[in-house]
Design a protein around this ligand. Structure first.
Ligand code: HEM
Length: 418
């Protein structure tokens, strides 16, 4: 049996260290080689880094449960120390089933109820609208005579506007939406302040409760109206609906923003790729697929073991918290030839784990890909000389990989949308 720490892993691997957040890939390579199942004592975690093992963890909900409640502190944000009164309330609320953190049979039932609203056909029907929103955002960037920022002006407002439209929320609430979603993600994952997080969680729940009541009386052709329909066992309860709407904001906004930002960072770093993309904007979908593998927005997930499990010769006890590192699996040389190269023609590109794998596979993957592809295509067509005007600033999180800001320049020659 291998020692859990790996004999030659001389340095402690610290998920939250600034060096790891800036560039985790060298540490991942060492983990895969020296301690593929790394035991961290503080916080008490088992970090899994090889492609085959990460895939096993994700595809085995019987041994690796998603019901991860009960963790006393947040390992992705050790500064977040939840007060007792709040953990009490949260444990009662967690009686409401949430898709992301449930196991079968609850997960199976919930996924069936919401899945019909997220079919690839339904998402594809949204593509023209998504392209129109993207074009409008680029129009605004070209029209306003001030310095532009890729994240603030395009990558961030795009998914927020799309999800707000999908849910049938009036455009004038878009700014609230963005703030609520940012506050939740910042508080949970990136060391942001707690008070705005709680305030936004309450505001958002209240907002959705009222919207749902309204849609029951007066349904439209939006996602909430669709989710409300269904009889008996097929109907979501009021709180299941509220928590699912919140989950959509939390799971879909920042991740898609980061995908666009990470993909553009890879393009900026590679002049030949930039030239290729601007000459052939239809390559955008391939760039996005490789960006998901190369530098995905979600670097790690969490599971808890139901029984003792052996992975890569390491014994993990029952009841242990396990972090499958998606970002490391996606650079594993055992699965990907030249894993650190950004290549557009990988035959097995769809095997990347950026959207997870198995029963929790991202329900919004088609939507995210449509949005990010539209953004890159629009940039390639209308801002062909786009370039960074200053270094980016990074989100301070080991799991949420992306940019807070990326100042850019381009020629404002106002090429009209096609
Ligand atoms: C590039 C963007 C995105 C990435 C990288 C991403 C990544 C992921 C991953 C890794 C999971 C699996 C979680 C697990 O196994 O524990 C997941 C699940 C999920 N995602 Fe996404 N996601 C993205 C965009 C979206 C969007 C746009 C939406 C919806 C609007 C969305 C909604 C969800 C939901 C509801 C789940 C839970 C599914 C389940 O538990 O069955 N995601 N996502």
């Amino acid at each position: 049996m291998r020692s859990a720490l790996g004999e030659s892993m001389t340095h402690r691997f610290d998920l939250n260290s600034p060096a790891n957040i800036a560039d985790p890939y060298p540490s991942y390579a060492r983990l895969r080689a020296e301690a593929p199942v790394y035991h961290s004592a503080e916080p008490e975690l088992w970090i899994v880094s090889r492609y085959a093992d990460v895939r096993t963890v994700l595809r085995d909900p019987e041994r690796f449960s998603s019901e991860v409640g009960g963790l006393e502190s947040d390992p992705f944000n050790p500064g977040l120390d939840l007060p007792k009164w709040l953990t009490g309330i949260l444990s009662r609320i967690s009686a409401v089933r949430v898709l992301l953190t449930s196991d079968p049979p609850d997960h199976t039932i919930l996924r069936r109820k919401v899945g019909r609203a997220f079919t690839p056909r339904r998402m594809a029907a949204w593509e023209p609208r998504i392209r129109a929103i993207t074009a409008r955002l680029v129009d605004d960037m070209l029209a306003v005579d001030r310095s532009a920022d890729l994240v603030r002006d395009l990558a961030s407002p795009l998914p927020t506007t799309v999800i707000a439209e999908l849910l049938g929320v009036p455009t004038e609430r878009n700014d609230d939406f963005k703030r609520w979603s940012d506050d939740l993600i910042n508080g949970l994952l990136t060391g942001g302040p707690r008070i705005p997080m709680f305030r936004s969680a309450i505001a958002i729940s209240w907002f959705f409760l009222r919207t749902i009541r309204h849609r029951r009386r007066d349904p439209g052709d939006d996602l909430i109206s669709l989710l409300i329909t269904g009889d008996g066992d097929e109907a979501l309860t009021q709180w299941e609906l509220v928590t699912f709407c919140i989950l959509l904001l939390a799971a879909g906004n920042e991740t898609t923003t980061n995908l666009i930002a990470n993909a553009m960072l890879a393009v900026f770093d590679r002049p030949a790729l930039r030239q290729q993309l601007c000459a052939n904007p239809e390559l955008a979908a391939a760039v996005i697929a490789e960006a998901l593998r190369f530098d995905g927005p979600g670097q790690g997930l969490m599971r808890v073991t139901r029984t003792e499990v052996t992975l890569s010769d390491t014994v993990i006890p029952a009841g242990a918290y396990v972090i499958p590192l998606l970002g490391s699996a996606n650079r594993d040389p055992e699965h990907w030839p030249d894993p650190d190269e950004f290549l557009l023609n990988r035959p097995n590109i769809n095997e990347h784990l950026a959207f997870g794998s198995g029963i929790h596979y991202c329900i919004g993957n088609a939507l995210a890909r449509i949005e990010a592809t539209a953004a890159l295509e629009e940039i390639a067509r209308r801002l062909p000389d786009i370039a960074p005007s200053a270094p980016p600033t990074r989100i301070a999180s080991p799991v949420l990989r992306g940019l807070r800001t990326q100042p850019i320049t381009f020629t404002r020659n106002k090429i009209p949308a096609q």
